[in-house]
Design a protein around this ligand. Structure first.
Ligand code: NDP
Length: 236
């Protein structure tokens, strides 16, 4: 069995993030998750943190470092949508999505990399989307943020690889969480029709790919984009 590591998952209180957190905690890792309101999930370290606020991010890292030690595996998972067609998309709809999905990933990765550079090892994993490479009408802001994560992650793979740090992206397709539940039923049906496997992903199926990329077995994988999308992107 591998040693218990300090794992930090943003947006780990529900949806895909919670499935990742549970999988890693069950495997014996020390898992910390962000939450913004309510109660954090039982059995994990919950740090109250809005990732768009740099001081809250710094405070979250300090707390995790005190309780679990420096972050060894970072999963930048938190994300939002503000869907609308281009002409109806407000400036704030665009910048809010970029700030949460992309700038905040930079914020947490930069902070996590400090400890990883010292340790000369670490795993950075970014949760992007199949939409990053396919595009989607009504999601120009979201697709741009998720495509940005790919260039960001690949740059880190080059920059940090010589220090034993890997950086990878997981690109889920439509997954059964609150985010998908916001879509109208007809839209879900239309999207389902485009998925070769004919169904939505379960959050645990995304978690399995993240867990693999965080594992010892994935030590030689960096700069990758791993699709978990039922074939919708045909491997991109
Ligand atoms: P959910 O909407 O179910 O959960 C989103 C998570 O992100 C919540 O934990 C939420 O916290 C957190 N979050 C959002 N904004 C912030 C913020 N400013 N600070 C801290 N936490 C924040 O989404 P999913 O679980 O479905 O999505 C997880 C990731 O997977 C996202 O990046 C999403 O884009 C991506 N994805 C999802 C797909 C899907 O079909 N569901 C498909 C492809 C990718 P809180 O509870 O406090 O709101």
């Amino acid at each position: 069995m591998t040693r218990s590591r300090s794992v930090f998952i943003t947006g780990g209180n529900r949806g895909i993030g919670l499935a990742i957190a549970r999988a890693m905690a069950e495997a014996g890792d020390k898992v910390a998750v962000t939450y913004r309101s309510g109660e954090p999930p039982a059995g994990m370290l919950g740090v109250q943190c809005d990732i768009t606020d740099p001081s809250q991010v710094d405070a979250a890292f300090k707390r995790i470092e005190e309780e679990h030690g420096p972050v060894e595996v970072l999963v930048a998972n938190a994300g939002i949508t503000r869907d609308s067609l281009l002409l109806r998309m407000g400036e704030q709809d665009f910048t809010d999505v970029i700030d949460t999905n992309l700038v905040s990933a930079f914020r947490v990765a930069k902070r996590a990399s400090k400890g990883m550079l010292r340790a000369r090892k670490g795993r950075l994993i970014f949760v992007s989307s199949a939409v990053a490479l396919l595009g989607e009408a009504g999601q120009a802001n979201y697709a741009a943020s998720k495509a940005g994560l790919i260039g960001f992650s690949r740059s880190l793979a080059r920059e940090l690889g010589s220090r034993g740090i890997t950086s990878n992206v997981v690109a889920p397709g439509l997954t059964a969480t609150d985010m998908a539940a916001e879509l109208p039923e007809e839209r879900i049906e239309a999207l389902r029709g485009q998925i070769p496997l004919g169904r939505l992903a379960q959050p645990e199926e995304i978690a399995a790919a993240v867990q693999f990329l965080a594992s010892e077995q994935a030590a030689y994988i960096t700069g990758a984009v791993v699709p978990v999308d039922g074939g919708v992107g045909m491997g991109h």
